[in-house]
Design a binder for this molecule. Structure first.
Ligand SMILES: [Zn+2]
Length: 334
């Protein structure tokens, strides 16, 4: 008889790269869920009770296996006016980071409240928090355009800002772990292959991304890297960072799976824009089924959209993505 797992056992087994022979479901879509709840995204994120309730209802309806407790990314917000594009432009300005106070972080407070509410309702479903890692936050503080220039012309500024940010971010991760988070989800759109060269990534980001994941592991949590954008030329580098899962986008699933499927839990790759937003239900079904069959043969694939789901995606498309994964799981494992 097939063993019955709790969501936590199922996801942790998958993240430990065991053959789970199931296709767990993951969903991320604050904008979509806010629309369902009939409020703006901003209101939704701040109204912890509504947020948690809506996520729990969605999870019950579709059988998704992880709860979303929000995003920790308020360093820039706290130390400056968000309208300023570039908060740090030179080594002297790194001092501005000294104004950041973890105790005053509204984002951390909000996350802790959400985690508490989820756990009160159900302690057997793992909880994840999105966090901008060190290079992503450096890019935000330098301003994205300036960050790209400095990657070529002023690597020292990037290096020094990264070093100064690490203790702040590690303290944030510690608070997140203490609040009861199980998994940290790390999106990397600004530093993907769509935006910077592999050389720049290796020289200025890789060490800090690696240390960020090491810290997550030391704190007893799991790390999911979201390679938001193209990453095909640098999967070898990201694999050295030892993520517990890779949440893929814009990737040839079959190629990725045959190369890395034995080594790491795979997630995602169902196109949010081309398929979920602009496709018909049968397109969604086809893509989702195919992804599940290609990655699922390794027994460690989590079906998921390739990024956050926008508000105006048709609910029928979400249904079809998950229905296809159930059909594929039966074909693969029963
Ligand atoms: Zn993304």
């Amino acid at each position: 008889m097939k063993r019955q797992y709790t969501n936590k056992e199922l996801i942790f087994s998958a993240l430990n790269n065991e053959r789970i022979n199931a296709v767990p479901k993951f969903f991320m879509g604050t904008a979509f869920l806010a629309q369902q709840a009939g409020v703006s995204s901003k209101h939704f994120e701040e109204d912890q009770e509504l947020y948690v309730q809506t996520n729990i209802e969605f999870s019950k309806k579709y059988g998704t296996t992880m709860y979303d407790a929000g995003f920790y990314a308020d360093v820039k917000e706290q130390i400056s006016d968000m309208k300023i594009e570039s908060v740090i432009q030179s080594i002297d300005e790194i001092d501005k980071l000294e104004c950041y106070s973890i105790a005053k972080s509204k984002a951390l407070d909000n996350i802790a409240k959400k985690i508490y509410m989820y756990k009160k309702n159900d302690s057997s479903t793992p909880i994840y928090v999105g966090v901008r890692n060190t290079p992503m936050l450096v890019a935000e503080l330098l301003g994205v355009a300036s960050f790209y220039k400095k990657l070529v012309r002023d690597k020292r500024l990037i290096e020094e800002t990264s070093k100064a940010l690490e203790p702040i971010l590690f303290e944030g991760l510690t608070k997140i772990a203490e609040a009861g988070c199980d998994i940290v989800w790390i999106p990397m759109p600004t530093i993907s292959g769509t935006c910077i060269s592999k050389k720049s990534y290796v020289e200025s980001c890789h060490v800090y991304s690696t240390r960020f994941i090491e810290k997550i592991h030391q704190l007893g949590m799991k790390a999911i890297i979201h390679t938001c954008g193209k990453w095909n030329d640098r999967f070898d580098v990201v694999m050295q960072e030892r993520p517990d899962a890779i949440h893929l986008s814009e990737t040839n699933m079959s190629e990725f799976a045959s190369k890395y499927g034995e080594q790491v839990c795979m997630m995602g790759n169902i196109s949010v824009l081309n398929t979920l937003l602009y496709g018909e239900p049968e397109d969604v079904y086809r893509e989702s089924y195919q992804s599940c069959m290609e990655a699922g043969r390794y027994g460690n694939y989590i079906v998921a959209p390739d990024c956050g789901v926008p508000a105006n995606v048709k609910e029928k498309n979400i249904e079809e993505m998950f229905r296809a994964s159930e059909v594929a799981a039966r074909a693969l494992y029963s």
